[in-house]
Design a protein around this ligand. Sequence first.
Ligand SMILES: Nc1nc2c(ncn2[C@@H]2O[C@H](COP(=O)(O)OP(=O)(O)O)[C@@H](O)[C@H]2O)c(=O)[nH]1
Ligand SMILES: [Mg+2]
Length: 292
Amino acid sequence: MSINWYPGHMKKTKELIVANLKVVDVVVELLDARIPISSKNPQFDTLVSEKRRIVALNKYDLSDPVKTRKWVNYYAEQGIKAIPINSLSGQGIPELMAEVRLESVDVIEKMKRQGRMLRPIRLMIIGIPNVGKSSLINKLAGKNAAKAGNKPGVTRGKQWIRLNKEVELFDTPGILWPKIEEDITGIKLACSGAIKDEILNIEDIAFHLMKIIYKKYPDAIATRFGIDPSESDPVELMGLIGRRRGCLLKGNMIDYEKVARLVIDEFRKGMMGPISLEDPEDLLVGHENEQE
Ligand SMILES: Nc1nc2c(ncn2[C@@H]2O[C@H](COP(=O)(O)OP(=O)(O)O)[C@@H](O)[C@H]2O)c(=O)[nH]1
Ligand SMILES: [Mg+2]
């Protein structure tokens, strides 16, 4: 699979993150709670190794809460606080801000020790495209977000938004691209909406999505489509769903492309119920096994 991310642009964006990080105290790594493996940029850990970091598992509302809990524990074992959040409703944001304050204690102590004037803690959000960075910034900034707009005389981008007495947020999130070494990573990213459908074959994406749901959430198939998954395999399922939902071509043939779009769309909207495509155990077996 080859996805053209424009290497020049990626390099520039990374340089921008590195430059901005110099003045940042705490970094929030935004991941998609449904795919914490695939939505992670592996370079992130080295990039922020000198910084306090917090993981935010976004789109918690769409994820399987049991799996998300497992991810929280997985990160806890590595000494990293992970917080499930919903950037649209604001759920989890107070917990996130409490953690920011906790992570800042050392930084503030250091400023005091050095006899420096106390300045607000500086926060930056980093994540792959479409993971919800802008939504989170808007939610955090609230009314103040307007100040970051394109007002005359206000330089666009690169501004600090004062969130409260102690914390300032960098209004431009850091964009890091996902690393797609295996097809299944690209497929999961496409399911989550992180990469454009057109880049991959839509029927392929839907079929692999159905395979994962078939394996991990058979009940979701029964509930959503009224089909008993134990009586068919993922290939047949696509046809059955098509028939149920009237995704048909002339001559009563199944319109597989239409079924594919329907399945992906319903997954993205959470209509099949809360579903996570990755859990920590997948790290042990390696994702390639899921492709069988
Ligand atoms: N359901 C749900 N959707 C979200 C959440 N956060 C962001 N989104 C949606 O995800 C899409 C991408 O969000 P955006 O903030 O533009 O992502 P960015 O590219 O990282 O800045 C938008 O359609 C948002 O409405 C969330 O917590 N839950
Ligand atoms: Mg954005």
